[in-house]
Write a protein that binds this ligand. Structure first.
Ligand code: ARG
Ligand code: ZN
Length: 470
């Protein structure tokens, strides 16, 4: 509901009178209904990507309706974005890379659209009052561009032999839909995909419908009700074989998929997904989402596995148990508890790496201590402190993963197993479906441990040098 925005129904007569008065007084136009908005900012000042995300509003829901033609590589889309204004807004931005915007409306009225770089600026017909919920619809089309990350990885909407696969950590999702593409603005999603008959179209969450269009194409509807950062949105279109299963009690539906050419060789490990999640539930607490699974693509253009929400995506070459454990652990650490900025990424990667160590300790007879000592000995892990990567190029470097996990191992050693286990379950419970910073984590760990842990953080989390002894 709108608060201060005039809607022109019962207040219409009064509005007209006020407009006349304002005109008589030589004042400003009456079309804003008294709201004196300013433009929302073009970024949320992330330390690595200052223009990523946008200020002035908070998205609650994305409804993406996408059609893809693998033959031409052309994507046709409608994005319906429901958001709440966090200031009086005269204009606001969405992040979008490439593609052609064909039209935009805000609350049903045409909005002026302007593009500069990856910023799409919309100027609504009427200004939007702080606190008001508003609905933006953008229609767009084109052959999506890829993003080459600072570290050289290719991401975004990646064309494959039969279809496409979309991944976007950290910034690739802006190549296939306009949005507030910073992890601090999480939202629910409904993703509708229309593709040629014979192809599977996968995305996040639960599949709620599938229908054949009059022209023979097939439409699949995906529903992700839990808050999701846009870098975790995914699409996989191609000749996939799928298999449904369920996690052990409490039951969460599991859907795994693999492209035909890699279906047989990935089947046994895909079948382990329910068991691995069950084991992680015992250590990390309740599974945070209403769907689970894994998608394995045959395509080699996909540079990395990604913990896309509910259903991580793997290039076949990296679909092994360690990576599977890692991406499933991210459902708690990264997807439910999401970093407030990209500087806090070690909260994802350090925990997911620690989850690998924990898994081998419990089920494969390799103690976490062995991993820790190995990581401690490796020069590359000491290039910088995990909570302060020097630049975007280093976001996914070994210190974020390995030193991040070392921080947790040292925390366990310092506070003892029982307290550490409590932290491991309590952290994703306390920040469930929220965002968190490094400072939130250190404060939380200290509150559970009941003592100050500065000497631990100073050396292992923030220190520049490898300590003399482990
Ligand atoms: N989060 C992914 C993982 O599970 C890695 C993403 C890497 N992205 C990149 N641009 N290098 O480790
Ligand atoms: Zn990871």
């Amino acid at each position: 509901m709108t608060q201060r925005r005039r809607t022109g129904t019962a207040a219409g007569g009064l509005a007209a009178a006020l407009t006349a008065l304002a005109l008589l007084a030589g004042g400003c136009s009456g079309s804003t209904g008294g709201v004196r908005g300013t433009p929302g900012s073009a970024g949320v000042r992330d330390p690595y990507f200052p223009k990523l995300g946008n200020g002035g509003y908070d998205v609650g829901h994305y409804a993406l309706d996408l059609a893809y033609d693998p033959g031409t590589g052309r994507l046709t889309g409608t994005a319906e974005i429901t958001a709440r204004a966090t200031q009086d807004l005269s204009a606001f931005n969405l992040d979008l890379a490439g593609l052609t915007v064909e039209g935009a409306t805000v609350d049903g009225a045409p909005a002026a659209a302007n593009r500069a770089g990856n910023e799409l600026t919309l100027r609504p017909h009427e200004e939007i009052a702080e606190g008001a919920e508003f609905r933006t619809v953008v229609t767009y089309a084109g052959v999506p561009e890829r993003v080459t990350d600072a570290d050289g990885s290719e991401e975004g909407w990646l064309r494959t032999a039969d279809g496409a696969v979309a991944v976007g950590e950290p910034t690739g999702s802006m190549t296939w839909f306009p949005g507030n593409h910073h992890p601090s603005d999480k939202a629910a999603y409904d993703i509708t995909l229309t593709v040629p008959a014979g192809l599977e179209a996968l995305s996040n969450g639960v599949r709620t419908a599938r229908r054949t269009e009059p022209d023979g194409r097939v439409t699949t509807v995906w529903h992700e009700p839990e808050p999701m950062a846009s870098y975790l949105a995914t699409v996989a279109i191609g000749r996939y074989e799928t298999k449904a299963a369920s996690t052990p009690d409490p039951a969460v539906p599991v859907l795994t998929a693999a492209e035909r050419s890699v279906a047989a060789r990935s089947a046994a490990l895909r079948d382990e997904v329910p068991q691995i999640i069950g084991r992680q539930v015992r250590r990390f607490g309740p599974y945070p989402f209403s769907a689970a699974g894994a998608t394995v693509t045959a395509d080699s253009t996909l540079d990395y596995a990604l913990e896309t929400q509910t259903r991580p995506v793997f290039p076949a070459a990296s679909f092994d148990r360690t990576t599977l454990v890692h991406e499933l652990a991210h459902q708690w650490f990264g997807n439910s508890v999401t970093p407030a900025t990209w500087r806090d990424l070690w909260l994802n990667e350090g925990f997911a790496t620690y989850a690998e160590w924990l898994y081998t300790e419990e089920y494969e007879h390799v103690p976490a201590r062995t991993h820790f000592q190995r990581a401690f000995a490796q020069e590359a892990n000491w290039a910088f402190p995990p909570a302060a990567p020097p630049s975007a190029e280093n976001l996914f470097d070994p210190p974020v993963y390995q030193r991040g996990a070392m921080v947790l191992y040292k925390l366990r050693e310092t506070v003892g197993n029982a307290t550490f286990d409590e932290i491991l379950r309590g952290w994703p419970a306390k920040y469930r479906h929220a965002n968190a910073t490094t400072a939130d984590f250190t404060a939380y760990a200290e509150s559970v441990a009941g003592r100050n842990l500065d000497s631990l953080w100073d050396v292992w989390l923030f220190g520049d040098e490898r300590p003399a002894t482990s």
